[in-house]
Design a protein around this ligand. Sequence first.
Ligand code: HEC
Ligand code: HEC
Length: 296
Amino acid sequence: MSTFWSIWISVIVLGTVFGCWWLLYATRKGQTTDTETDRTVGHSFDGIEEYDNPLPKWWFYLFLATCIFALGYLALYPGLGNFKGLLGWTSTNQWEAEVQEAEATYGELYAKFGDTPVEQLAENDDAMKMGQRLFANNCSVCHGSAGRGSLGFPNLTDDDWLYGGDPDSILTTLHQGRNGNMPAKGTMPNMTNEQVDQVVNFVLSYSGREKNAEAAEKGKEVYAQACVACHGPEGKGNQALGAPDLTDNTWLYGSTYDWIRETVVNGRQNQMPAQGDRLSDDQIQILAAYVYSLSN
Ligand code: HEC
Ligand code: HEC
């Protein structure tokens, strides 16, 4: 904030506090007595008159206390433009202190499980309860509260894995994240509409659902040129590339002709965000075991 605005705000804030103070004393000055009397201010509206009595003492002192509190607060905490307050408080360092405290408390709980191998941890009820809570807080927005996923978000409870369901692969997925990248039209950017139709029919033929057998037959050649590098000669996919198996019943984006066509024509970009800088190693260990337990 520039010096001008800093002073501007300070003057308004302090002006208001001292203004209240002044008002309290100014209205008191005209008062001739400290105690209540029958004297009225002298005017009468429709026969209603007003006593000329001072504010009750407790009330008056309460107002004063409020002003003093305000000044004390403004001295200790930020409130006057750029002045940071004598305590140096900021919402950021309060938050950091709370996080540190939470880590000190829960860190020990997590650390108890951090060294246990994933398979073993998956059989520990306490660890899995913890894993379920961690999953609900960190993963369920995308994978669903039961881990069943949805369009574009893989189901973690089945046996079908983009990147592998063994403990090491799951740990790598969680620590480093994953980028799923299916290029538009595979490795054949100049693919014609006819060839798109052929290759989609070919993919459908893996599950016996081709619309046009002749097109599917031709699609085999297109596949060999444009798709085989990632999805493999038998369409079984490649976990090192995150290329899905096209022959099974599990679909990340839908299994119909239209969905598959959309995937082929426009490609797909998908990201599993890395958790390594958000969660501790111990927490990730517990989560990996939880994910492992969902399908084992
Ligand atoms: C912002 C959404 C998002 C969040 C949050 C998220 N994921 Fe994911 N996750 C994805 C997406 C999208 C993929 C698929 C990536 C791809 O298609 O390449 C994925 C993939 C995965 C995979 C790989 C599945 C496979 O078949 O190989 C695992 C395991 C996984 N996530 C676990 C988790 C866990 C555990 C958490 C919580 C710590 C989590 N994810 C949080 C979006 C998310
Ligand atoms: C460079 C590697 C690569 C090539 C080449 C490639 N794909 Fe893919 N494909 C992927 C990846 C990776 C995904 C998963 C994307 C994701 O995780 O979101 C994918 C996803 C798909 C899907 C979605 C599967 C599902 O479960 O919903 C289909 C269908 C598909 N590819 C078909 C093809 C066809 C047909 C070709 C050839 C024209 C092709 N791919 C070429 C890497 C590739």
